[in-house]
Design a protein around this ligand. Structure first.
Ligand code: URA
Length: 237
């Protein structure tokens, strides 16, 4: 990869600004000052420094966010803040995008990456990646609902869902539940409850495949996945 492209990709300035850094002798590759913007470097094996600081280059970035309500799971939106707007500039330069969508009012686990292949596999209906949600329901959830979800329910558009595993955590005038589904139809959890005459009043995703929400993340906070989490995700395909 060209040195000017690498530095620009990493957010050290536009190609023009990077050219100036090079001209000023601020960049070294393997301890040798490089002034030619066209110089090729191997980000894996060459040591690149800028003003004496080693630059780390990685192709992919994997972030786990605890999505807050009121924010859109998209890269751009005309009216609302997006999850990408919540990232630090040094993470934005990788041009990551959210893997799948959570509704504007849904909270919880959102994977944000620029690894298109991984995203594609996680979202592929053929892979049946399980997603678990915690929800508060506006009324009593019963064993009948557990059985109905186990069989699959008919949504408002006539679609019959695949089986879902419903666990009642607390039943009462408001119920706390956990639901695991292997599909990702639009508003699926809300519509599954509508199919049994109930309403979701709070929704939070707590896991996706092998990835579990890090509960130490406040709403709107995010962190990079650990190497172990990345390995689990990639090997789980
Ligand atoms: N199901 C929903 O209804 N909403 C979400 O955000 C995710 C799953």
């Amino acid at each position: 990869m060209r040195i000017d492209k690498m530095l620009a990709n990493l957010g050290f300035g536009s190609r023009k600004e990077v050219k100036k850094l090079l001209k000023d002798g601020a960049v070294k590759v393997n301890d040798v000052v490089i002034k030619d913007a066209k110089q090729h470097v191997n980000p894996e094996s060459d040591t690149v420094t800028l003003n004496g600081e080693v630059i780390e280059y990685k192709e992919f970035i994997y972030l786990m966010m605890n999505k807050p309500p009121g924010v859109i799971s998209a890269t751009e939106d005309q009216y609302d803040q997006t999850v990408i707007d919540l990232l630090q500039v040094e993470d934005m330069v990788y041009e990551p995008f959210p893997v799948g969508r959570l509704d504007k009012d849904t909270e919880g686990l959102l994977l944000i990456t620029n690894d298109g292949q991984l995203a594609h596999r996680l979202l592929s209906p053929k892979k049946h990646v399980p997603k678990t949600y915690f929800a508060v329901i506006d009324q009593e959830v019963t064993e009948d609902d557990v059985l109905a979800f186990e069989k699959g329910v008919i949504l408002d558009d006539g679609y019959e869902t695949k089986p879902g595993i419903l666990k009642i955590l607390k039943s009462g005038i408001h119920s706390d539940i956990e639901l695991t589904i292997t599909e990702g139809k639009f508003h699926q959890v809300k519509r599954m409850f509508e199919a049994v005459g109930k309403r979701v009043v709070y929704l939070k995703r707590i896991s996706m495949g092998p990835l579990e929400l890090d509960e130490s993340l406040e709403l709107g906070e995010y962190r990079e996945l650990t190497d172990e989490e990345i390995e689990l995700l990639i090997n789980n395909q």
